[in-house]
Design a protein around this ligand. Structure first.
Ligand SMILES: [Fe+2]
Length: 199
């Protein structure tokens, strides 16, 4: 391999960051999710690419102030919350809630895959929302990356609608589940951020 070639992370490497990847039963979908993450990691940060350690050090949200929750932890939390919510819904209602698990888990793992492109670093090395990230937020870049790798429309729908950009659309069941899991973490982060700011 020459030095000009990019690293190529496969399913096993991406699963080190996001273990719930292995809970996607459809092997082809699992590989595609890993391929999307590989592209986001290796082409993000203004084209420089992220190391796993750099990505693990990124705070969960730039909007919440000084808290210890990280971006990677948040994605893993959301994926596990989605699975737990699906378990509860399926056992609680006699009518049967139709939940497509693979779609849900893939959507949970890809909803923020555009963030490595949205984020940049300032001169001091602090992670910030870059100019490109201001122009094109992560739900849009996430869909663009997913489309390139043949991710199904049901999963791209979750990426597209998970944040406030999707408030005017009718979210699918899987997108409703992810949207709420995402905001459980986000609202707690904001709460903790406010409390830290008062100290
Ligand atoms: Fe997001």
């Amino acid at each position: 391999m020459t030095t000009t070639q990019r690293t190529n992370y496969g399913v096993n490497e991406i699963a080190q960051l996001f273990p719930s990847l292995m809970k996607i039963n459809d092997k082809s979908l699992r590989e595609r999710v890993a391929a999307v993450w590989n592209e986001a990691i290796t082409t993000g940060l203004g084209g420089k690419g992220w190391t796993f350690d750099e990505l693990r050090a990124v705070k969960f949200t730039l909007l919440a102030g000084d808290i210890d929750m990280t971006f990677v932890e948040h994605l893993n939390s959301c994926a596990l919350q989605c699975i737990a919510i699906a378990d509860v819904l399926e056992s609680s209602f006699r009518c049967g809630i139709p939940i497509r698990r693979d779609i849900l888990i893939a959507g949970a793992l890809l909803a923020d895959v555009g963030k490595p492109l949205e984020f940049d670093k300032d001169a001091s090395g602090k992670v910030i929302q870059g100019t490109f990230g201001q122009q094109v937020r992560h739900p849009f870049t996430g869909v663009a990356l997913a489309y390139k790798h043949g991710i199904p429309g049901e999963v791209m729908h979750i990426i597209a609608t998970h944040s406030h950009e999707g408030d005017k659309m009718e979210r699918s069941i899987e997108s409703i589940i992810f949207h709420h899991a995402d905001f459980v973490d986000f609202d707690i982060a904001k709460f903790l951020g406010k409390r830290a700011a008062k100290k």
